[in-house]
Design a protein around this ligand. Structure first.
Ligand code: C5P
Length: 403
């Protein structure tokens, strides 16, 4: 885990830096915010102070602090200098060694890597002076999170909008954590319940909170993987991962997973995908005239089963991990499921226990593999996630040896 100096300069995207700070913290990094004078016109220093729980540096010459010592002390302790958003002004100053405020002084004083997320008007971004300054910084080893294209606050359409916070956090994390055991691996985790609508206001759902899947996604990202989280509706906060795809029904989840699975090294189906969905979805709210209501349901596509079939047919494909929520004969049922779905691992859950499974932070699972079953003690979902990923890593290693 590293200490990041988050430089915030005076662009309209400055408010997004708040999300960047939070995202870095979620990945276990410490953040100290350094704001330029103009940045404070866009976002209050108090916001960053509340989030980072550290004093925000806004001025080189604050009363009661020895500026020389402060910037030198910080310069030698930070692991990364991240500037988001970076205006044309700060880019120009850094490229040319101008050190006239705390942030630009910190740059010249530190030997920590520099990551810049530029944000400015399209014309400014394309200007020769800015291009040259960016090239100068790149030649010095600076890394960049490219701005996005689209409508800019200034009314222009084009390149210049600050990259999304998730992307900036992922880029920073990759620099801070270069040696994670899952570095270079692409991991898709499907999590949460699915909601099957049968009229515009009602649905059939289930009790999955998404916690187990989110813990796996977070742990995989911590180990350096590029994680895509496909999630059904949940009330918990998504971890900072490369991509979060929000879906509602089993059909949508099926589409989202199948469209991405081909490019993945690992797919973990931790979602409680509805097994049945209403055949018809009423266009209007179903009236409660009758004493009973009959819904006709049809089977949803078995995503994990389909991935298993696809891999079997192709002869190669991602490592496949599924879950089995069982109430009796847990290991026998899970082993049969593993074979039926052609998965590598099935994580069997006894959902009849109250201290494991739905909506709690702990879980007791048995990991069922081709080589046998291993029961883990009751522990936090974060630790269960780590144990599952240890097994996944071993599978990836043995594949690499065979290949
Ligand atoms: O067959 P069963 O629903 O018990 O299998 C559970 C496993 O299969 C879980 O990993 C779940 O995410 C996955 N699943 C799926 N598609 C479905 C139903 C379950 O991928 N339609």
């Amino acid at each position: 885990m590293g200490l990041v100096a988050l430089g915030v300069t005076g662009g309209i995207g400055a408010y997004k830096a708040v999300e960047v700070a939070r995202g870095l913290q979620k990945r276990g990094h410490e953040v100290v915010a350094v704001m330029t004078h103009s940045a404070t016109r866009f976002v209050g220093a108090v916001t960053f102070e509340a989030i980072t729980r550290r004093r925000v540096i806004t001025d080189q010459f604050e009363d009661g602090m020895n500026a020389d010592i402060e910037h030198i002390a910080l310069a030698s302790t930070i692991d990364l200098l991240l500037i988001a958003p970076a205006t044309a002004n700060i880019i120009g100053k850094l490229a040319n060694g101008i050190a006239d405020d705390f942030l630009s002084t910190l740059y010249t004083a530190t030997r920590a890597p520099l990551l810049i997320a530029p944000a400015m008007n399209t014309q400014m971004f394309a200007h020769e002076a800015v291009r040259r300054n960016l090239d100068t910084l790149a030649a010095r080893g600076a890394r960049f999170v490219e701005p996005g294209e689209g409508y800019l606050a200034c009314g222009w359409i084009g390149k210049g909008r600050l990259a999304e916070p998730d992307e900036i956090v992922a880029a920073a994390d990759a620099i801070l954590r270069p040696e994670g055991p899952l570095r270079g691996q692409r991991v898709l985790v499907a999590a949460g319940p699915t909601y099957e609508d049968f009229d515009p206001v009602r649905y059939i759902g289930n009790r999955s909170s998404g916690r187990m899947g989110y813990a796996i996604a977070a742990e995989a990202a911590r180990r350096g993987a590029a994680v895509t989280l496909v999630t059904g509706p949940t009330t918990i906060e998504a971890p900072a991962v490369r991509e979060v795809v929000k879906v509602r029904g089993a059909g949508e989840m099926h589409q989202a997973v199948m469209a991405r699975a081909g490019g993945m090294d690992v797919v973990v189906m931790a979602a409680a995908v509805a097994d049945y969905t209403p055949v018809n979805r009423a266009a209007q709210k179903v009236a409660k005239d009758a004493d009973t209501l009959t819904l006709v349901l049809k089977k949803t596509p078995d995503i994990l089963g389909e991935l298993g079939q696809r891999r079997l047919a192709a002869g190669s494909g991602p490592v496949l991990v599924g879950f089995a929520a069982e109430t009796e004969d847990v290991i026998a049922h899970a082993s049969a499921k593993r074979e039926r779905k052609h998965a590598d691992l099935i994580i069997a859950n006894d959902v009849s226990r109250t201290d494991a499974g739905f909506d709690v932070d702990t879980n007791a699972v048995t990991i069922v593999a081709a080589s046998g079953a291993e029961s883990l003690p009751l522990q936090s979902k974060a630790r269960v996630a780590a144990a599952i990923l240890d097994r996944v890593e071993r599978l990836l290693t043995s594949r690499a040896i065979k290949a």
